[in-house]
Design a binder for this molecule. Structure first.
Ligand code: MN
Length: 188
């Protein structure tokens, strides 16, 4: 398992190497902190075994790998390319990790409610989604492009409905959103 964590770090670093998060390298600025947060949330939710916590860490490191992959982006048949990427993940990691990454991979045009409903049925996918969302929300005060900020605030506020409806740790996400909105209001 230790080796699989290393493989996930390597893969995430490589696949996102040209990508930025708020102007910083994606791996360090997004994936590592999301993975740390996911493990923290998992522990708080009673996940105890080292192996399960490492699975959470791996899934968090890989959560954007398929969605953002250049192969999928350039493919004519996107779903076929997604399945190919998922096959590779299953081969290197395992079926469980493939399933979680599959659930976390948002398909363009997919209904948000459907996407989050599917995630809500898998505990690890739920934990990673909440860590991803909370981290992104916590970084809102750093977004200095007004248009981008408005769009994100809107998106995150609208999605709250589904976090409540499908019980995806809504209290955690809601608290984070209120905190960020408070800071933004104070700064404006
Ligand atoms: Mn993400």
């Amino acid at each position: 398992m230790e080796q699989l964590v290393k493989a996930a770090q390597k893969k995430a670093k490589l696949e996102h190497k040209t990508q930025n998060y708020n102007g910083k390298p994606y791996y360090e600025a997004h994936l590592l902190p999301v993975a740390d947060l996911a493990v923290e949330i998992a522990k708080a939710q009673g996940v105890k075994s080292k192996e399960d916590l490492q699975t959470v860490e791996i899934c968090a490191l890989l959560h954007d790998v398929v969605e953002d992959s250049a192969t999928v982006g350039n493919a004519a048949d996107k779903e076929a390319a997604i399945q190919q990427e998922l096959d590779k993940i299953e081969k290197t990691f395992n079926k469980n990790i493939r399933e979680v990454v599959d659930l976390l991979t948002y398909r363009k045009g997919e209904e948000k409610s459907r996407y989050l409903q599917k995630i809500s049925k898998n505990k690890i996918a739920k934990i990673v989604k909440v860590a991803d969302r909370c981290f992104n929300i916590s970084k809102l005060p750093e977004v200095n492009e007004k248009q981008k900020l408005d769009k994100l605030v809107n998106k995150y506020s609208n999605d709250m409905e589904y976090f409540f409806e499908f019980n995806i740790f809504p209290e955690i996400v809601d608290a984070e959103l209120k905190k960020a909105l408070g800071i933004l209001k104070k700064n404006s």
